[in-house]
Design a protein around this ligand. Structure first.
Ligand code: FAD
Length: 254
């Protein structure tokens, strides 16, 4: 008689979807909201992975209305699942913005291979465009909690200061994590404008070489809207970074 215990409970659920509930929503930047969901029992994921979030009662027609894909922003040790998104006037986001707290949603996954390498002799360089910051928040939590020794650089590009989500979290993380260097940059403000004394302009070859001594040494991770991902990938190729050392997560839909 075989055991009734399923040794891989997450496999079936990753296809069918785990039930979960909306716990809170918090504005984290201009038109940008973080949504906290209950973490389903047995839901395991690796930092950097993504899920499909399904909302109840949405029509299946329209722009892939029933579900949307989101990278998980929370730590893999946390008891909740945190997602963050730019709020736009789409069918899905209208429904998400008025979903009552406590209401059920479905979480399908985890999916994706945008996860940290294990060779600590090679630095990790994270290149985030706007809301592309989400997978890196989860990865950085594990770097801090698990006391990873690998050096991590995060270049985080936004148009304006008010567009940059989780700035306080990231600045604080830099203070407590010795091997983490944080470089926020703003593409639509002039140097010194609005009291900003840091880096401005898009992520480019000069900016990277200001911080990284050997540009062929790290593994690069790029996440954000398709245009940003393609442009940054091109910059890295022009810097003679090998294709296998560039990993990308394209936030299709932006
Ligand atoms: C791996 C992955 C991770 C992502 N993580 C995040 C995240 O953490 N935060 C976040 O805000 N967004 C994330 N996205 C993007 C997200 O799934 C939505 O596409 C995006 O938020 C736009 O949704 P919308 O409702 O504003 O626009 P919509 O009205 O849904 O779409 C706008 C346009 O883009 C097209 N489109 C939308 N989604 C896709 C798609 N997946 N593939 C191809 N075409 C598409 C639509 O057909 C339409 O033309 C991720 C996408 C992927 C693939």
């Amino acid at each position: 008689m075989s055991s009734k215990l399923n040794p891989f409970p997450q496999v079936g659920r990753s296809v069918l979807g785990y039930p979960s509930r909306l716990l809170s929503r918090t504005k984290v930047a201009e038109k940008t909201v973080a949504f906290q969901f209950q973490r389903p029992r047995n839901f395991l994921f690796r930092p950097g992975q993504f899920i499909d979030l399904g909302l109840p009662g949405l029509p299946r027609n329209g722009s892939h209305g029933l579900t949307h894909t989101f990278s998980i922003a929370s730590s893999c040790f946390a008891s909740d699942i945190l997602l963050a998104t730019r709020m736009r006037d789409s069918c899905f986001k209208r429904a998400l913005s008025v979903l009552p707290l406590g209401n059920e949603v479905s979480i399908r996954g985890p999916m994706g291979s945008f996860v940290l390498h294990s060779d600590v002799s090679r630095p990790a360089v994270f290149l985030a465009g706007g809301i592309g910051i989400t997978p890196f928040l989860s990865m950085l939590s594990s770097v801090t909690i698990e006391k990873h020794r690998l050096p991590v650089f995060l270049f985080y590009a936004n148009r304006y200061l008010e567009d940059a989500a989780f700035m306080d979290t990231l600045c604080n993380r830099e203070k407590v994590t010795g091997n983490f260097h944080f470089v926020p940059t703003f593409t639509r403000i002039a140097p010194g404008q609005g009291g900003w004394k840091g880096t401005t302009g898009p992520i480019n070859a000069q900016m990277l070489s200001n911080y990284i001594s050997n540009l062929q040494d790290p593994i690069y991770y790029v996440a954000g809207p398709p245009g940003m991902v393609a442009g940054t990938q091109q910059t890295l190729v022009e810097l003679d970074v090998r294709e296998e050392d560039i990993r990308t997560e394209n936030f299709a839909g932006y």
